[in-house]
Write a protein that binds this ligand. Structure first.
Ligand SMILES: Cc1ncc(COP(=O)(O)O)c(C=O)c1O
Length: 385
């Protein structure tokens, strides 16, 4: 892809190598073209309201308190609360850096691990930001398959086959965006065994770890020590715009590097968000998380069933997060199918946005009421069948 773009003044702008080929994701490209009054099965953004007690607390903090910078890695009390999420790591406070959403933690972690030419193992399909972060760090993405034919379950043989002497980092996500699948304990053990002694780092994206519909997902950090956890409160407490996330890691040099980079990129996360987030593990917060789990579980079951009964299509059974993968391979190319849906006022994301393995699928997010989802399926049926 050409990295030379014409600037508005007619000069050639040559972007640095780390920026070349970076494009907005297909997720955004479809969303931006939505017609008025579209049903949104596209974005991974909770529609449940942010819990009232958090809003009230943030308003109080804004009005009553002076909110200057915090220390770069965040409020000590908040870092302690986050550290307590991972008792198996026995993290000191310095093992946690509070970031502007888990996205910043992820980008920081990639930049602190990956050097030019290093290979990075990414799940196929997966969240497109991993590919972008790999390229920004000038690494080479290498994909391991989560085979569609196995309902996107983890495949240890393919994972192992993709490890080379150049592999520097691997990424796992559980529950998964885009598949809603959760890694089993055996998957984690297999990954740890495959990586043991290689020196390869593991980024564990745990942003959906509080949204599960069966057993609570395990953290990769329980099984493999060179793990960097990236997580946050965006999804479980409907706080996407509050930009509250974190990186946590047992290795002091690694987390220190992340802290230094974080200081230079954002200085600190919003102080108001950090102070309010101290309530993120209170009894009220745990009730809100349980409510979100119940709502998304019910909606997932409702939607998968509707696709089957109304359209005769198979969608994966979600185990967590708020996504299902709808198999539209019998109806044609996934980009064309998504385009037809878009024209009939339903936003979906073609599977190819997440990797080759998801070709022939649409990622459907169920951040909608049952009534809106039923109307969405009705419009899809009208457009496709
Ligand atoms: C898999 C995954 N990781 C990370 C993020 C980033 O979330 P945030 O930066 O709001 O914590 C998202 C958001 O959609 C996501 O789906």
């Amino acid at each position: 892809m050409s990295a030379v773009v014409e600037s508005s003044r007619g000069e050639d702008l040559v972007l640095p190598r780390r920026m070349r080929g970076l494009q907005p994701t297909l997720i955004r490209q479809f969303f931006e073209r939505a017609l008025p009054d579209s049903i949104n099965f596209g974005l991974g953004e909770p529609d449940l309201p942010t819990p009232e007690f958090l809003k009230v607390e943030a308003a109080r903090i804004t009005i009553e308190e002076q909110n200057g910078y915090t220390s770069h890695p965040g409020l000590p009390a908040l870092r302690d609360k986050i550290g307590e999420q991972y008792p198996h790591l026995e993290l000191p406070r310095t093992g946690v850096v509070v970031t502007c959403g888990s996205q910043e933690a992820m980008t920081d972690a990639f930049m602190c691990v990956v050097d030019a030419g290093d290979e990075v193992l990414l799940p196929d399909p997966s969240f497109p930001a991993y590919d972008a972060c790999t390229r920004i760090a000038q690494g080479e993405p290498v994909y391991y398959r989560m085979p569609a034919s196995e309902d996107f379950a983890f495949d240890i043989d393919d994972f192992k086959a993709k490890i080379t002497s150049k592999t520097k980092l691997a990424v796992v996500i559980s529950p998964s965006n885009p598949t809603g699948k959760i890694l089993t304990e055996q998957n984690h053990r297999d990954i740890a065994e495959a990586l043991d002694g290689t020196g390869i780092w593991l980024i564990s994206d745990e942003i959906y770890s509080d949204l599960y519909f069966g057993k609570r997902p395990r953290s990769a950090s329980e099984f493999y020590e060179r793990t960097i956890i990236v997580s946050g409160l965006s999804k479980s407490l409907s706080m996407t715009g509050w930009r509250l996330g974190w990186a946590a890691c047992k290795n002091p040099e690694m987390i220190n590097a992340i802290q230094v980079l974080h200081g230079f990129t954002t200085v600190c996360t919003s102080t108001i968000s950090q102070k309010a987030a101290l309530l993120g593990w209170s009894e009220e917060a745990e009730t809100a998380k349980q409510h979100a789990r119940d709502v998304y579980r019910r909606r997932g079951e409702f939607l998968v069933d509707l696709f089957k009964t109304e359209m005769g299509l198979h969608a994966t059974a979600p185990e967590g997060a708020f996504y299902t993968m709808l198999d539209v391979s019998s109806l044609g190319d996934d980009i064309e199918v998504a385009e037809k849906c878009l024209q009939n006022r339903v936003v979906t994301v073609p599977g190819i946005a997440f990797g080759q393995e998801a070709k022939g699928f649409l990622r459907i997010s169920f951040c909608n009421t049952e009534e809106r989802m039923a109307e969405g399926v009705r419009r899809m049926k009208e457009a496709l069948l």
